[in-house]
Design a protein. Structure first.
Length: 314
């Protein structure tokens, strides 16, 4: 590139355009089915005490998942306080707003956790992948339990699909970990395969840390239950008594839906799924939409806290 060449411009790619279109389309469907003025009226009747309790449980949910990741950072060569891990997790929440399937937050967590440590970025990235994998396993375990208690065969079928995808991913990681990293080839595909192979070997080293893996899995299951309690408190703020078993099932299904990277930060997709599920539990649609709006605002507020912490770090 010559000295006077203009800087490269960011191009709006067709996957981004497609996600924006799907996001706006789903939001349009939701607002067409539920008038916004009815949701605003339901929001005006919210119980402030239960709202404060729901906010506290929502923060506790994030703190529990941050503790799960904190247990997995030490094997990656990163040793700092839990408070520091929580700060990085909140910063990752902010970056989640700009990438599908929480990829932005995962990349930010990997970089910030490795910053200032002798640990390799690939090892820290392996801790993030292990964190996500344990989250999937806990979703499957509690999902099957919820399906058995509530008698929802559709949930059981979705979990079998999720479990099969996870097994396929682990099998691919094992295959990549057994291959030899190429030293001579410089093709882009070969370099990507070598990086994946290095990440897979870093993941397989967690087999030596079964105690930490078990503790992280238990924290993951606990976090889903905390999410169920938080959802029940959100519903109580709108005068609806949501059973804990139903709340846990809704959290599981919504978390699975959130993995589909077709909208911006799950906007419209997870909200629509949660509204349908709350309606299945007996909650009115205007109240369900108002609840999802407040929950979305709460998550954005936490992510903005992460953005402020990132600014202070700089």
């Amino acid at each position: 590139m010559s000295e006077h060449s203009p800087p490269p411009k960011h191009r709006f790619t067709w996957p981004q355009a497609l996600r924006l279109f799907v996001t706006l389309a789903l939001l349009g469907v939701i607002l067409a089915a539920i008038p916004l003025d009815q949701a605003w009226q339901a929001m005006g009747r919210v119980n402030l005490l239960w709202l404060a309790i729901a906010l506290a449980w929502t923060f506790l949910l994030r703190a529990t998942f941050a503790l799960r990741w904190h247990l997995l950072l030490a094997p990656a060569g990163v040793r700092h306080s839990y408070l520091h891990t929580l700060v990085i997790a909140l910063i990752g929440m902010f970056y989640d707003n700009f990438a599908p399937a929480n990829l932005g937050g995962d990349m930010a967590r990997s970089y910030l956790a490795a910053d200032g440590h002798s640990a390799k970025v690939v090892d820290v990235a392996a801790s993030v992948v292990a964190d996500r994998t344990l989250g999937l396993i806990s979703l499957v375990l509690l999902g099957f339990a919820s399906s058995a208690l509530l008698g929802v065969p559709q949930l059981r079928l979705a979990l079998w699909v999720l479990l099969g995808t996870g097994v396929a991913g682990l099998s691919l990681a094992w295959i990549l970990a057994r291959r030899t990293v190429g030293e001579t080839s410089r093709s882009p595909l070969r370099r990507v395969a070598d990086k994946l192979s290095e990440l897979s070997r870093a993941l397989l080293r967690y087999r030596q840390h079964r105690v930490r893996l078990t503790g992280a899995l238990l924290l993951s299951c606990l976090g889903i239950c905390v999410g169920g309690v938080a959802l029940s408190c959100w519903s109580r703020a709108f005068g609806f008594d949501l059973k804990l078993t139903q709340a846990v099932a809704i959290v599981v299904i919504s978390s699975v839906v959130a993995m589909i990277p077709i909208t911006i930060n799950g906007l419209g997709l997870t909200d629509g799924a949660a509204i349908l599920l709350l309606g299945w539990a007996g909650m009115g649609r205007p109240e369900a939409l108002a609840q999802m709006m407040l929950q979305r605002i709460a998550v954005i507020a936490l992510s903005l806290l992460g953005a402020g912490l990132q600014f202070l770090r700089r």
